[in-house]
Design a protein around this ligand. Structure first.
Ligand code: NAP
Length: 332
């Protein structure tokens, strides 16, 4: 698989990573047998998808535990990217960016992951009660201590910045946060939603990253599965599935957004590929520092998604995708 580098430290990874979240969180079936999940992770490594994206809160904790079982066998092939800063409570998920907490969270992640070093340690969400420089300073100490190789910031919760008012870009608050933490310690990668149906990161965030040699991990690159063309409008989702509450997964919006799937499928046929692979190839085409982390529970999907690294979209394909109607349905 093609390799990409993220961050000024030039960390090498396979161009397509593996999002491990669906194995333990957010989707129906996320409590599938550990053996099945481990088979999926091993398949991703077999195919060259070295970047395994997890978080302490997925499960909580069980996702890191299962990644750790694979790392025990195959640490040298993997690039482990995990996250801290969100705690799963009885009722709510709360941010905790206190320096002492972050350091304890890192030690706990290292134990669960059965490794001495985390390749990329990401702040899942900034804690509004703690200046982000303090949290980031504690994370920088972890690099100095050799527990972490590089630092990243997640911008997936940035929708609040758009709600702040007209004319405020989705990622404006993220960029302000990035400028602040860069003063303390370099950012190697930003994680943000980026897919054919959520392209806001292209406006200002990706240019910001490109100008500074910062990697962009594209979260939800398959539009939570919609862009794969395997979901049917009106199929319904179990209450434990994030899509049961997602405004783009009502029967009406899934039907309204079918032209996106139809467009991807037409291009896929020309490349002897699948719509999922074309959706990921589009993400890869956005810049050499972009690494999609498609989520998958199933081994079959992990192998198929890795194959997207071999799909080269032509300028005509990219023009067809650019001309597709913007996705309908929004969180705002
Ligand atoms: N930093 C953050 O706050 C944040 C937030 C969200 C996500 N993320 C990261 O981004 C990753 C990806 O996001 P995501 O998993 O929510 O969304 P996604 O990658 O857009 O879509 C995942 C869904 O697509 C399905 N799928 C995957 N490959 C497929 C294929 N080839 N054909 C058909 N269906 C396929 C999966 O099914 P199965 O599960 O059945 O295999 C899963 O339901 C996560 O794993 C996580 O690492 C980070």
């Amino acid at each position: 698989m093609e390799r990409r580098t993220i961050g000024a430290g030039a960390l090498g990874v396979g161009a397509v990573g593996l999002g491990c979240m669906p194995m333990s969180w957010a989707y129906t079936g996320s409590q599938q047998r550990g053996e099945d999940s481990m088979r999926t992770v091993r398949a991703a490594l077999d195919e060259g998808s070295s970047l395994l994206d997890t978080a302490d809160m997925y499960g909580p904790f069980t996702n890191e535990l299962l990644i750790g079982r694979v790392l025990k066998e195959r640490r040298a092939e993997a690039f482990v990217s995990t996250k801290c800063g969100l705690l799963v409570g009885e009722q709510h998920i709360v941010a905790n960016g206190r320096p002492g907490y972050v350091k304890r969270a890192c030690d706990a992640s290292l134990r669960r992951l059965q490794t001495d070093t985390i390749d990329l340690y990401q702040l899942h969400r900034a804690d509004p009660e703690v200046p982000v420089e303090e949290t980031w300073g504690a994370m920088a100490d972890l690099v100095t201590a050799g527990k972490v190789r590089a630092l990243g910031l997640c911008a997936v919760g940035a929708r609040a910045s758009r709600r702040a008012g007209a004319g405020v870009g989705l990622h404006d608050a993220t960029i302000r946060q990035l400028e602040r933490v860069q003063q303390v310690f370099p950012v190697a990668a930003v994680q943000a939603e980026l897919s054919v149906w959520s392209q806001e990161a292209l406006d200002s965030l990706l240019p910001w990253c490109a100008a500074r040699g910062v990697g962009l991990l594209a979260a939800m690159p398959l539009g939570n599965g919609f862009l794969t063309g395997t979901l049917t409008p009106g199929q319904g989702f179990e209450p434990d599935d994030v899509r049961a509450r997602h405004p783009r997964f009502t029967a009406e919006m899934m039907a309204a957004n079918q032209p996106l799937v139809v467009g991807l499928r037409r291009i896929a046929e020309r490349h002897d590929a699948t719509p999922a692979q074309v959706a990921l190839a589009w993400v890869l085409a956005q810049g050499p520092q972009v690494v999609p982390v498609p989520g998958a529970k199933r081994e079959r999907w992990a192998r198929e998604n890795a194959g997207a690294a071999g799909v080269r979209l032509t300028p005509e394909d990219l023009a067809v995708i650019a001309a597709l109607p913007p996705a309908r349905g929004s969180w705002d």
